[in-house]
Design a protein around this ligand. Structure first.
Ligand code: 5RP
Length: 242
């Protein structure tokens, strides 16, 4: 796998996010039904889609994966629909917190993982936009986000802690972060040890009170990876875009 040089400054990272976000629009065709991801990288994709609609007559509709993205998409003029109305999506473009060599992802840094997974599972393709800090050989250095129900969440967290080698914390502490679905997020320190993300996903999902886990396995078809060396498209040979 390509090993890029890491970006060093905040402004350089922001520029890489912008480059990746805009480059992903090359996958978009007229008439597509799109899933619109959440985060500081894919926001550039959403803005660029809005620009193309306004300036180039692009015709697409979008399903947002969060309230933040719904507001942004609305502001830039992307017609929004529900999954029920579209019956399925051609493509979702979204960010990620980590991706490994098998295109497995950790997502949920922005707390939108449940809606993101619903939308990704309803799409015929998934393109991830990322800067070079997100590429890892083994997932888990980024704390794994898990959305849980507020009801008896400590009990749920204790059960997650039985399988997590490190600390399990509720995001936001005493003033908890509340997801768009009214849930809490547990950030779980697995360390870079998640070598079989699919079986870990199954284990976590078997715990009552867990709404969703930010492991996305077998869903991502390509990563648009921006580094100071340029923008690369990494295509999953086992994916749907080959
Ligand atoms: C939100 C996500 C984001 O896509 C992920 O956190 C990456 O965000 P960013 O592009 O801001 O680094 O999963 O739930």
């Amino acid at each position: 796998m390509f090993v890029p040089r890491l970006a060093s400054s905040v402004s350089e990272v922001e520029e890489l996010k912008r480059e990746a976000g805009i480059a992903a629009c090359d996958f978009i065709r007229n008439g597509m039904k799109l899933g619109l991801g959440t985060g500081s990288t894919v926001k550039y994709t959403v803005i660029e889609i809005g620009r193309r609609i306004a300036e180039e007559g692009l015709e697409v509709v979008g399903v947002p994966t969060s309230e933040a993205t719904r507001i942004l998409a609305d502001q830039v003029g992307i017609p929004l629909v529900s999954l029920a109305e579209t019956g399925g999506l051609d493509l979702v473009i979204d960010g990620a917190d980590e991706f490994d060599g098998n295109f497995a992802l950790i997502k949920g840094g922005g707390g939108a993982l449940t809606r993101e997974k619903i939308v990704a599972q309803s799409s015929n393709g998934m393109v991830v936009v990322a800067d070079d800090r997100k590429q890892v050989s083994t997932l888990g250095a980024f704390d794994l986000p898990i959305e849980v129900l507020p009801f008896e969440w400590r009990r749920t967290a204790d059960r997650v802690a039985e399988i997590c080698p490190g600390k399990v914390s509720r995001r936001g502490g005493v003033e908890p972060f509340i997801t768009d679905n009214g849930g809490y997020i547990l950030d779980c320190k697995f360390g870079d040890s998640i070598s079989t993300p699919s079986s870990l996903e199954t284990k976590i999902l078997s715990i009552a009170g867990v709404v969703e886990v930010g492991l996305f396995v077998g869903i991502c078809d390509a990563v648009i990876l921006a580094s100071s060396g340029g923008v690369l498209t990494l295509v999953n040979e086992n994916g749907r875009l080959t």
